[in-house]
Structures are given as C-alpha cells and as structure tokens.
Design a protein. Sequence first.
Length: 283
Amino acid sequence: MRYVQLICLWVLASGAAAQAPPSWTTPVKPVRVVGNIYYVGTEELGAFLLAGKKGLILLDAPMDENVDLVLRNVQSLGFDPARIRVLLNSHAHLDHAGGFAAIKKKTRAKLYMTAPEAELAARGGRNDFAFGDRLAYPPVSADVIIEDGQVVRLGEIAMTAMVTPGHTKGCTTWRTIAMHRGKPVDVLFQCSLTAPGYKLVGNDRYPGIVNDYPRSFDRLRKLQPDVFLANHASFFGLARKLEKAKKGDANAFVDREEFPRFLDRSWKSLEAEIAKQRSAMDD
Ligand SMILES: [Zn+2]
C-alpha cells in the first residue's frame, strides 16, 4: 500500500498523470483516535482534529478538493468548524496543504508553519525543489512562523513542533499528550520521510538533503510514542486500525512497537536509494 502511494506520487509528480490517486479523495468515516484527537481525513490523506475548551486545532488540509469533506467530518463528530482557531501543517505539498486557502476563508483560524513551508505555501507549491510546478494548489500565507521545539497552545492543548527536514526543508513532525482511558499517552504525527523520485546526492536545489534525512531519522529514533499517526494513512495502517476499532477495541490506535518498526523500514529503503545514487555518481 505504502509503495503504491509512492508510485502514485511519483507518477503524479512526473506529469505522466494529472490525476490524484482515488484514495486521496475517498471519504472514510471520521473516528476518535484517542482522547480529544480525531481522524477527519480521507482514505489515504491524513487530517487530524484536536478538540479543546478554547476551540479546535486542525492538522493538515489535504487538497482543495477535500475541504468540504474534511469540514463535514468535523461537523459530523459534533464540532462546529467555525471553532477551528489553529491550523497546523506537516508540510506544504498539495496533499497536505492544498486546502488551507479555502479553510482560512471559511474560518478565523490562524495558520502556523515553519519558514520553508510558509515560503512554499505562499507559492502554492510551485517551484518545489523536486516537483517544480507540477503539484500546484491555491497559494496561502502563514500567519505565524514556527521553529523547532516551539509549542503551539490552544487552551489545554499543547502541540510541540519537531522539524524533521528531508522530504521538504521544513517538514514538521508534531507531538502532544492526550488522555486515553484515564492515562496520558504520547501521540506523534509524523511528517513524510519518503523521497519519491528525489535526487538525494548532489542536489543543487537542496544541497543539505542527503544529511538532513539521516539527522531527522536519528532524532526520531529517540522517540517511542504510544500512538503513531502520520499524514498518509497507509504509513500508520489506518484501515487495519479502523477494523479493530469497529470490533470494539478501545486501544486500536495504541501500539508502542509500531513507530520504531516504521522508522526501520523507512530508513532501509532510503539508505538503499542513497547508496544506489552514490554508486551511480562513482561510475
Ligand atoms: Zn510531500
């Protein structure tokens, strides 16, 4: 599944097909993950709602086409989309930021981004170091520029930014603590670690890329969240977990072993790609 998505993104990026994979716009029933955290995205593209007394936080706006679907999901969980105050982002590619312009028009929410993602979003994804103008979306301006380690608060909710560059220059992994069945649980929202068709060695547009990825992995390896979430549903096995939840498993999303396994898998494929590109340079 994961590889299917990578190929799709690559095909999309290569311009061979202008069509997004169907799973990117296929609705799924919104669901409570743990505590005050809900999944409001599509079958494949993540969007997360954090509900607090002072309002709502929405993490990611997966494509302009999905804005109504995401806001309907928020509504169907019993929350008023007008109470969305804070918009957070994993990274500013169209599948995670394409809907922010429309959501900002419909709410009074403020958009928080790292400086590199804010620049990309202001260009509507154009002039991307890897995809050029091929993944364009309605441009949007960030209201607040955030940095690594910054905590974004709304009432009792605190989301901590961890900048994990590589896939984009300001790719942001988010962390928070939620209460689940009376106990605090560590929740992690992983930014993408994939490199779909990327030039990793000798990239003039992003010379630091080959060092940024390993550094991001090293930092992430120190974490072992109770709940692993990500901006692509296939990264954290949403379909499998929804099945478990449907059968009444209250811990469907809790698995401390999953994130380290995901990192190992992701690193192996990235490391192989770097080695392949290095040996091609040596030839
Ligand atoms: Zn991306």
